[in-house]
Design a protein around this ligand. Structure first.
Ligand code: DX5
Ligand code: ZN
Length: 229
């Protein structure tokens, strides 16, 4: 069942960017059986970011395997023409980037208009003020702690202070703060202390495991959770 009540507890969201692309269904079942909270789905267009992954059809195909929360992160521009397709694919959250176009206010309206929770993502160079006038229309802010496009990069330390500022700006609003990029047991305590509650992790979850050795995914997630809590 998707989480419906807003909470600031620690949520681990493995990114399937680091999973076996030929075996998404089994990979998703494995990470959920091993205790993940959300499933993070990275969509890249080879234009907004220098890498390509997949589109709404793949999202729709993997949807039935996700029993938790399907968190779709769109790294595409333009984004507006594709929102409906990702909503129809069954996303619980759709995040689009501030930098994806001139009318992200409209983009957030469009996502919510499809009955999906809206997320706004910020590249590392984008100031936190960019989301100030969107806060009453979003459910999640994704703070990119690496330059989007690839897994396995190092967390950019300057983003920790940005998370603190964002947390203060959000106040009592029911908005998740998601960290995306370079999350591992050494960095997760820092971003948790700064105020984040959703932690995307690709390499730190999938490293060393496989669908035949899913307990490694479980160990990796327990290490992350323990370090955050
Ligand atoms: C990067 C993606 C991330 C990425 C995180 O563009 O948005 O979700 O998969 O990977 P790690 O955890 O390996 O940094
Ligand atoms: Zn992502």
């Amino acid at each position: 069942m998707p989480q419906t009540v807003f909470e600031r507890n620690v949520k681990i969201a493995p990114s399937i960017l680091s999973a076996d692309f030929a075996n998404f269904g089994a990979e998703i079942r494995a990470i959920e059986a091993q205790g993940c909270d959300w499933v993070h789905v990275d969509v890249m267009d080879g234009h907004f970011v220098p890498n390509l992954t997949f589109g709404p059809q793949t999202c729709k195909a993997i949807r039935p395997h996700i029993k938790t929360v399907m968190d779709v992160h769109l790294m595409i521009a333009p984004v507006d023409p594709y929102i409906e397709a990702f909503a129809e694919a069954g996303a619980d959250f759709i995040s689009a980037h501030v930098e994806s176009g001139p009318h992200v206010h409209r983009t957030m309206q469009a996502i919510r208009g499809c009955g999906v929770k809206a997320g706004i993502a910020l590249n590392p160079a984008t100031p936190v003020e960019a989301v100030e006038y969107l806060l009453d229309m979003v459910d999640l802010v994704n703070v990119m702690t690496v330059n989007p496009g690839f897994g396995g990069q190092k967390l950019i330390q300057s983003q920790i202070a940005k998370v603190e500022r964002l947390r203060a700006m959000i106040g009592d609003r029911p908005i998740h703060i998601e960290i995306d990029g370079g999350v591992d047991p050494t960095t997760i305590p820092l971003v948790r202390a700064a105020g984040a509650d959703v932690f995307v992790a690709g390499s730190a979850v999938f490293k060393g495991g496989s669908v035949d050795q899913p307990e490694v995914y479980g160990d990796n997630m327990r290490k992350l959770r323990a370090a955050a809590e």
